[in-house]
Design a protein around this ligand. Sequence first.
Ligand code: ADP
Ligand code: MG
Length: 188
Amino acid sequence: MIDRTLVIVKPDGVYRSLTGRIVTSLEDAGLKLIATKMVSPSAELAGTHYAADEKWLNDVGNKATASYKEKGVEVKESPREIGMRIRQFLVDYFTSGPVVAMVFEGNEAVFVTRKILGPTEPRKADPSTIRGRYSSDSYDLADKSKRAVKNLVHMSEDREIAEREIALWFKKEEITSYKRSDEDIMYS
Ligand code: ADP
Ligand code: MG
């Protein structure tokens, strides 16, 4: 099924000049870039993007708790409290410099993009992914510096979230429609 996803090169990805490689890695897999813009996000935009959604706060907090436990670190905060702390780090991270927001379209774009860009913690991400190849950052290093994990890139979690995020970052008229020269070869 053809779907769309939002990809954002975070400030560390921009500063490290990885935007081109990130775009290429997705285009090489057949995904089509249909919108892009460079922005310095306001705290309001960053805060709306990382909305204080209960499921997200708990999911992020649970992932962090599992990683603390794996390392034998005692956890006193609830997953939600950890989620709220990380959300503030993310707003600080997103407002710390320019980002490149993009929409990619293609077969299973949400799924394929997550596969190519890799899981959240670069330390654990496979070296064939963007996060695993270009970063070694970890939860504990981020914790020590009281910041978000610098994992270069954001990508939507699922189709519904993707559509919500795309509408937040792009007006309808900023999203293009065209045919890639290899679409017939890939899709027919
Ligand atoms: P993903 O970006 O892989 O979808 P999440 O949605 O779970 O990951 O988290 C959003 C972002 O929050 C991550 O990309 C990362 O920058 C940051 N983050 C997540 N968990 C932690 C953590 N335990 N410590 C610091 N930053 C975190
Ligand atoms: Mg996410």
